[in-house]
Design a protein around this ligand. Structure first.
Ligand code: UD1
Ligand code: UDP
Length: 387
């Protein structure tokens, strides 16, 4: 069977990287990779880090691209690849425009689709927008549904979809575990990173921030930035915010926060560097999906600056709290985690519901028709704890 993996954004590349490597190592499959280029710089970093080879490169990114413009370019350009390669299976990931357009293009050509990270649901089509619609669409046409958790499987079963479901764990934990192991095994690399980020003050608590979601544009980002301005007034913290390259995010964040000494607005970090920062964070403030899944593995408390999440498992476990985007709420919850060591310890010590680092092996087994030892519902213990 020839499996064509298609991805185009930073999180898709991180989450597909260990799977592409596992597919490459599987003798019963032929694997090739199409990179759509929905992201450019942020994608290139990941390809390099995981040493991923691209067989088919599209060039769809435009500055400040619209969803429809992007979708149209994707459909037209990926169709040429499908017509030439004629794969037996197309693998897409998650809920991006790349995943949706490529699943649609494969469907039109009657090529079976495998959906990695299937079954996530917020229940609100407006949030995350447009991702909630995207993932519903991909799940509807997929033949193979790789659900990261039992909750995701239950959501898929409730929709009575035609695809076959496996609970695999999230491949992001495979990517993170490999990266953590690489950092732990290579003292020279750890030293290089410590030197590169030597401006960090070890006496201050690190608050790591990311934010980029469309539904937070406007009022949401104003609230987030107002909260960060106030939080930056505390002398015991330092705020590090690698700013997403989307101009809708970048321009607002830089205009609002760049005058503050205690807020370090930096370029998007390479994944290796970002993991290094997560390991050192006292607290993470984010609206990112992937970071919500990674932080519990590292035993790090996360405040999610959104009103709903399609990743309820860590909220239920108590390592993640949904705080919305009102400055008052963000500040109250952040203060609890900064001022009360017992609250902080309890947050970070609840296990990781998103995987055990073996998701990719399960997906490859399923594609090869072998029996799959699915992931159980019980959270696995935090793999690594850093104080
Ligand atoms: C996309 C995904 C979102 C995912 C996010 C991860 C959709 C609808 N959205 O949102 O689900 O969480 O990626 O980051 O698919 N840009 C660059 N260089 C880059 C990347 C982006 O300059 O390497 C700028 C460009 O101006 C681009 C803009 O960011 O037009 C927006 O990129 P786009 O992929 O459309 O949306 P994201 O907000 O990144
Ligand atoms: N990430 C990164 N560098 C950064 C910020 C995040 O490598 O500067 C990683 C992070 O660890 C996670 C992924 O990017 O694996 C999340 O991507 P993003 O927040 O762009 O998208 P989402 O997960 O919300 O779809």
């Amino acid at each position: 069977m020839h499996v064509l993996s298609i991805f185009g954004t930073r999180p898709e590349a991180i989450k597909m990287a260990p799977l592409v490597i596992a597919l490459r190592n599987e003798p019963h499959l032929r694997s090739s990779v199409c990179v759509t280029g929905q992201h450019r710089e942020m994608l290139a970093q990941v390809m390099q880090l995981f040493d991923l080879h691209t067989d088919h490169a599209l060039d769809v990114m435009r500055p400040d691209q619209t969803l429809n413009g992007l979708y149209a370019r994707l459909i037209a350009s990926v169709d040429e690849v499908l017509a030439t390669v004629r794969p037996d299976c197309v693998l897409v990931h998650g809920d991006t425009t790349t995943a949706t357009a490529c699943a649609m293009a494969a469907f039109h050509r009657r090529i079976p689709v495998g959906h990695v990270e299937a079954g996530l649901r917020s229940g609100d089509l407006q949030s995350p927008f447009p991702e909630e619609m995207n993932r519903r669409f991909v799940d509807a046409v997929a033949t193979w549904l790789f659900a990261p958790t039992v909750t995701a499987r239950d959501a898929l079963q409730a929709e009575r979809l035609p695809g076959r479901i496996w609970v695999t764990g999230n491949t992001v934990i495979d990517a993170l575990a490999t990266t953590v192991a690489r950092l732990a095994a290579d003292a020279g690399l750890a030293r290089t990173l410590a030197q590169r980020h030597g401006w960090l003050d070890p006496r201050r608590k690190l608050v790591l921030v990311t934010g980029h979601r469309r539904e937070n544009f406007g009022e949401g980002f104003r609230g987030i930035c107002a909260a960060l301005r106030t939080l930056a007034g505390r002398s015991d913290v330092q705020i590090v915010y690698p700013v997403h390259l989307n101009p809708q995010v970048h321009d607002v964040v830089r205009a609002t926060l760049s005058d503050l000494d205690n807020v370090h607005l930096i370029a998007p970090l390479d994944y290796l560097d970002f993991v290094w920062f997560m390991q050192r964070a006292h607290l993470i403030l984010t609206d990112s999906g992937g970071v919500q899944e990674e932080a519990p593995h590292l035993g790090k408390p996360v405040l999610v600056m959104r009103d709903v999440t399609e990743r309820p498992e860590a909220v239920a476990a108590g390592t993640v709290r949904l705080v919305g985007t009102s400055p008052e709420r963000i500040l109250t919850e952040a203060a609890r985690l900064l001022d009360d060591d017992a609250v902080h310890a309890a947050f970070g010590d609840r296990g990781n519901p998103y995987g055990d680092g073996h998701a990719c092996g399960r997906i490859v087994d399923a594609l090869c028709g072998r029996p799959v030892a699915e992931l159980a519902a019980t959270p696995t213990p935090n793999r690594v704890r850093f104080s």
